[in-house]
Design a protein around this ligand. Sequence first.
Ligand code: FEO
Length: 403
Amino acid sequence: MICKGTNTSIAEGIIRMGGDDRRSPIFEGEIPIPEGVSYNSYVILDEKTVLLDTCDESVSHGYMSSLEDALSGRDLDYFVISHMEPDHGAAIGDVIRNYPEATVVASGLAFEMLANFLEINPEKRLVVEDGTVLELGKRSLTFISASMVHWPEVMMSYESKDGILFSADAFGTFGALDGAVFADQLDFDGKYMDEARRYYTNIVGKYGAQVRKVLDKSGSVEIKMICPLHGPIWRGGFGEFVGKYVKWSGYEPEEDGVVIGYASMYGNTADAADTLATMLRSKGVKVVVHDLSRRHSSYLVSDAFRFSNIVLAAPTYNNGLHPAMSAAIENMESMTVRARKYSIIGNGSWAPRSHEFMCKRTEALKDMTLVGEPVVFKSSLKDEDREKLAHLADEIAASMGEA
Ligand code: FEO
């Protein structure tokens, strides 16, 4: 919930308005958020006043009174809309109705999208482009086009006096912040990095080239603070996090290791996955295992970006591929998982074919390298199947230089 009590001064004359949503089970109607999610918008008080974005409906209850409080009795001069996705736009209509004299500032494409929802007084529109500077008094905002990070209309804003990058969705994370505003108030690496990776890979993972472009552009200015629309504000110490963005946007694994995603009807394919995991662990290989029937494929996608190797294990189902595995591969394709080593385990009771379907479906992923022959077994693991898994474990470990 966003309320007056959560307004926080983050620099002279800059207030973060933000709140946590711990109640919604899923984000974008698709991605589970068991740790919640947070939303930020920002007010700048200079000779001119500015609001950057609003929030999601889930936290909008006290938004307008919080905005009034943040403005300290002043009127609103500029309302910057960085991103038109509704998780930042629930209060756009209320802001425009309550502050009719405010000039709405956005990219041309954002105005086209805005027209799908409401009418804006043409005299109160200011279309800005990459490089446009908005003078506020002591401060100014320079707009940076960040097309496809996460939608095509997105713009970041750079405030040069204090070196603040208002980064829209970039550098955000899933996870409620529990009163924290800054990343250095949290155990970010220990508690949030996994969710930051899952957020990135499932929101903009497929737009690596566009993320790289924005990283290159923003690399030409001195950034001292990063203010995203989700997650904590970074007031330093963000080198490692930016480094993750460089790797993720280049589809480069963070580390050697294996994510095993399996679908299992009666536990036998799960046995194969766990047997392989145990064999790999005994060789010192880092392993994460996801039961795709219980765990949303966003976790598999996230760990596929993290690790060098992927193992997919599934039974044949109605002479096709188990639906949980089918959905997971579709999501990996959609999020453009690529350039990984992968291995396949197939199961079936009378005519095992799931390995064929998994091999065929993974052809849609680019620059993938098959490690080992697919391991195929009937119904339950026998000694000869365990031997094949042991051989596969050897080959996977060898593929990352751990043999
Ligand atoms: Fe947080 Fe793309 O919206």
